[in-house]
Design a protein around this ligand. Structure first.
Ligand SMILES: Nc1ncnc2c1ncn2[C@@H]1O[C@H](COP(=O)(O)OP(=O)(O)O)[C@@H](O)[C@H]1O
Ligand SMILES: [Mg+2]
Length: 416
């Protein structure tokens, strides 16, 4: 007579097939629990996984547990009771009469008795040497579990371990892919920004030439001694405004051009004035009052373009923060010496930074602004520049609301 296929092999095959086919852990657990309760048809099964903090075992599924036994089993302390012990030691447990076991978790004893559970086996679920949970099987009949049955439960637990590992790897891979995608989008955006910078410097060049001509011509006419006073006054206005436009274009060129870093003594007060002049029009358009407090301060030894970039970033951020905020808008920039360092403060009356935002603002590509408004690079680049200069850049919220950015720069010498 031909022998029937070993039912244990069929069970194991069903579970293994689900593991190899599905990344859904719940489906694997369901299949495993279902399959195990068919060993003789009288089994009660339960599956626990270790909680995130490692202190408890949480019931993930069961077959045949009575409501009271399920309640007891919902959360088990790690290391205590029969199941908790298996999870802590990793040693398989097999009992003939579980109700008589002295180590049984006290709250479970009454329920086990009432449900008349006798034979009991509990095996650890492992993955990569770590214990992730336990798989338990109980039986109300008098015969205990034999070696083959214990081996079957262990093999099923191993399959569950593989499924859990697969799921973890899969979600980790997806997370990394997602991060890669995001970084790629941001890089493309940064690339575009630098293209815009190039374009701006090209345009600035083109504008610079006619401005120089206008200014030259105005000065030539002004040199005419016969000029009527009213006309002279108007020409002077033309010359002054043209100079202002030329200065803005110059500043823009300085900013957009990529000079190699070059350190020399810089006046911070001049720097602040230049940056504020560059932004004056935009700030005025958004009704932002500007206050400066520039105490006499020795020059710092630094790359002027880079410092200007840092300050411009801070002023730009303050501007954007206040423009979205319906409050009294005031930008304050202060410079003062403090020991061997210069301190620059940029203070605004915007909304400040939320507690979950603040720790991340110096991360490259971190931005809370819509695409087009922010690249998330300003502060990370500024931070890098300050570090290169042996200085510091820090951010905090002001007690009365708004953000405060503080730069500290050592005075230093060319020898540093
Ligand atoms: N003055 C400020 N007030 C409030 N939030 C700010 C301020 N400056 C920076 N931030 C926050 O820090 C983030 C990162 O700034 P930044 O690196 O300059 O990038 P971006 O300005 O392109 O967003 C901003 O998106 C914003 O959430
Ligand atoms: Mg910015």
């Amino acid at each position: 007579m031909k022998r029937a296929v070993d039912p244990y092999l069929t069970i194991l095959h069903t579970v293994a097939e689900t593991v190899s086919r599905s990344l859904d852990v719940d489906e694997v657990l369901r299949t495993a629990l279902d399959a195990l309760t068919h060993v003789t048809g009288h089994e009660i099964s339960s599956l626990h996984l270790v909680s995130e903090d490692g202190l408890r075992l949480l019931l993930q599924g069961d077959r045949g547990l009575s409501p009271r036994l399920r309640e007891v089993n919902r959360r088990l302390p790690m290391g205590e009771g029969l199941i908790g012990r298996v999870a802590a030691t990793g040693e398989t447990l097999r009992l003939e009469n579980v109700a008589g076991e002295p180590d049984l978790f006290p709250p479970a004893r009454a329920a086990v008795r009432m449900d008349q559970i006798r034979g009991f086996v509990c095996v650890p679920i492992r993955s990569r040497g770590r214990i992730l949970g336990t798989l338990s099987l109980g039986r109300q009949t008098t015969e205990g579990f034999d070696d083959r049955e214990v081996a079957l439960v262990q093999a099923t637990a191993d399959q569950i371990g593989i499924a859990l590992d697969n799921a973890r790897l899969y979600s980790e891979t997806r997370r990394q892919l997602e991060e890669l995608r995001r970084t790629q989008t941001q890089l493309i955006h940064a690339e575009k920004l630098s293209a815009v910078g190039e374009l701006a410097s090209g345009v600035a060049h083109e504008i610079n030439n006619p401005l120089t001509t206008i200014l030259g011509q105005a000065h030539l006419v002004l040199a005419d001694a016969e000029l009527k006073p009213a006309l002279r006054e108007r020409l002077q206005i033309i010359a002054a405004e043209t100079s202002r436009a030329a200065r803005i274009v110059q500043n823009l060129l300085m900013f957009a051009r990529h000079y190699p870093p070059e350190r020399r003594p810089c006046s911070l007060a001049d720097l602040v004035r230049r940056v504020l002049e560059l932004k004056a029009f935009q700030l005025q358009q958004d009704a932002i009052r500007v206050e400066t407090d520039l105490a006499p301060c020795p020059p710092v030894y630094a790359d002027e373009n880079q410092l200007q970039q840092v300050l411009l970033n801070l002023v730009q951020n303050a501007h954007q923060a206040m423009a979205r905020h319906p409050r009294d808008r005031q930008l304050t920039v202060r410079v003062r010496p403090a020991g061997d360092r210069a301190v620059i403060e940029v203070l605004d009356t915007g909304p400040g930074m939320a507690s979950e935002v603040l720790p991340r603002i110096f991360d490259p590509f971190f931005t809370t602004k819509p695409p087009g408004d922010g690249s998330g690079l300003g502060l990370s680049v500024s931070y890098g520049i300050m570090s290169e200069h042996g200085g510091r850049l820090r951010a905090e919220n002001r007690p009365g609301g708004g953000a405060a950015f503080t730069i500290e720069l050592p005075f230093g010498t060319p020898a540093d």
